[in-house]
Design a protein around this ligand. Structure first.
Ligand SMILES: Cc1ncc(COP(=O)(O)O)c(C=O)c1O
Length: 415
């Protein structure tokens, strides 16, 4: 019997906090942070001892992702603003992004004076390639592709459409660092990729971010924008050919050596984290697939999903609410590791759209309808065998009860 109906709950005691790399902060991070403090050199560019943490982190990140250049930033959002500057997005341009996303993607575009344009998501909870194509106009400069919660977008289709139509591709890998599509790392498919190292992301420095690219010109402009318009010698050393760009008006989004130290230790743990989560995700998915032949997960190819969130279509918003109540009554933690929302429903975005006279809630109907019927449960690298088993048992219990009450899957066979 469900705990909601006075049965015994599956779990007693707290669940692990919904951080991914954050839950694994430990002696490796402490050792590198200690080294930084001991050197009294917290600034990445100079100090009493030669700084090297952020440089090392950038080099390891490049090798890990597989791009020619990687730039560390003090926040993830900073990286998106650098990307917009590096692509010279400006007033008169349009930038397409999924209608299910995060404020940063909207802000980084709106701040330049360009127009953010929303394309619906599909059952993958990522941008629909067809919806993206329909939104392209002669003014479209770029598309931002958000890989939501570890699950890759259809990069093959999106990049093909974008290349054909002369549109730049920015990958938003904030929630999916370490993931891949078709065996190739996320962040290597587009013209630029941005990552977040905020507390709820795959790896974390508290706040922090990355920008990756293969283009020297894009890299130079991003470096300049993140560091007051300057291109210091340490970045010039990374270039393949002589400097191509001049000074520009920039911001200040440098990562500190403390961030570099934590990031370096976290990055070294990432491959293992991805492996662990993916294996656990497969176990639960397989079990649920066998128990519920009609179950529908978000539609991302399983091999292209890290698996940090099990997203299950329970067919309506009231059903999601019921699932959450029943799940939490079982003593289990509900929800994804970090958020996206239907963009028109994010307060800041709605206010900005209203100011620009462009807010129509109906523009978001398709995306909202999809978003609102998915129940989400996080899977974390710290989950032990017992935690994973509890998630499986919890799912079987709650979804089984919902099925019995004829709340879900009452129609014919699903595709
Ligand atoms: C999809 C997405 N894009 C961008 C960001 C921005 O990253 P940050 O919080 O590091 O500024 C986030 C972080 O929550 C995110 O989830």
């Amino acid at each position: 019997m469900l705990a909601l109906d006075r049965g015994a709950p599956i779990r007693r005691g707290p669940s692990p906090y919904k951080c991914i790399g954050g839950n694994l902060l430990g002696k490796e991070e402490i050792a590198l942070v200690k080294e930084v403090i001991g050197s009294q050199t917290l600034f990445r560019h100079y100090g009493p001892k030669p700084p090297h943490m952020v440089d090392d982190l950038e080099q390891e990140f490049c090798r890990f992702i597989g791009t020619r250049y990687a730039l560390a930033t003090s926040t993830g959002s900073g990286a998106y603003f650098c990307a917009a500057a590096a692509l010279e997005i400006r007033e008169g341009d349009e930038v397409i992004m999924p209608a299910y996303g995060w404020i940063t993607d909207y802000n980084a575009v709106a701040f330049t004076g360009a127009t953010p344009v929303f394309a619906d998501i599909d059952e993958s909870l990522n941008i629909s390639p067809e919806a993206f194509e329909r939104k392209i106009t002669p003014r479209t400069k770029a598309v931002i592709v958000i890989h939501y919660q570890g699950g890759a977008s259809r990069l093959d289709k999106i990049v093909e459409i974008a290349r054909k139509r002369g549109v730049k591709v920015v990958e938003d890998v904030a929630q999916s660092c370490g993931g891949s599509f078709g065996g190739r790392k996320l962040g290597t498919w587009g013209d630029i990729a941005c990552f977040s190292l905020q507390a709820h992301k795959m790896i974390t420095t508290g706040d922090g971010g990355f920008l990756t690219t293969d283009s020297q010109e894009v890299y130079e402009k991003a470096v300049r924008f993140h560091d007051l318009g300057l291109l210091r010698e340490r970045f010039v050393r990374n270039l393949e050919s002589p400097v191509k760009t001049g000074p520009l008006c920039g911001m200040q989004w440098r990562m500190s050596e403390l961030g570099g130290a934590v990031g370096l230790a976290q990055l070294r743990k990432l491959p293992r984290m991805v492996e662990t989560v993916h294996a656990n995700f497969l176990r639960v998915r397989d079990e649920l697939g066998k128990r519920f032949p009609k179950i529908r997960f978000r539609r991302v190819r399983t091999e292209d999903d890290i698996g940090i969130t099990l997203a299950i279509d329970v067919e309506s918003e009231p059903n999601v609410k019921y699932f959450q109540k029943a799940w939490e009554a079982e003593g289990l933690a509900y929800g994804s590791t970090s958020y996206c929302q239907t963009m028109g429903d994010i307060e800041v975005v709605r206010a900005l759209l209203q100011d620009a006279g462009r807010y129509d809630p109906a523009d978001f109907d398709v995306t909202r309808e999809i978003e609102q019927r998915f129940a989400m449960v996080a899977m974390l690298p710290v989950h032990a065998r017992r935690d994973v088993e509890e998630i499986s048992r919890g799912m079987i219990k709650v979804l089984g009860a919902m099925e019995k009450k004829k709340m879900i899957w009452t129609g014919g066979e699903q595709e």
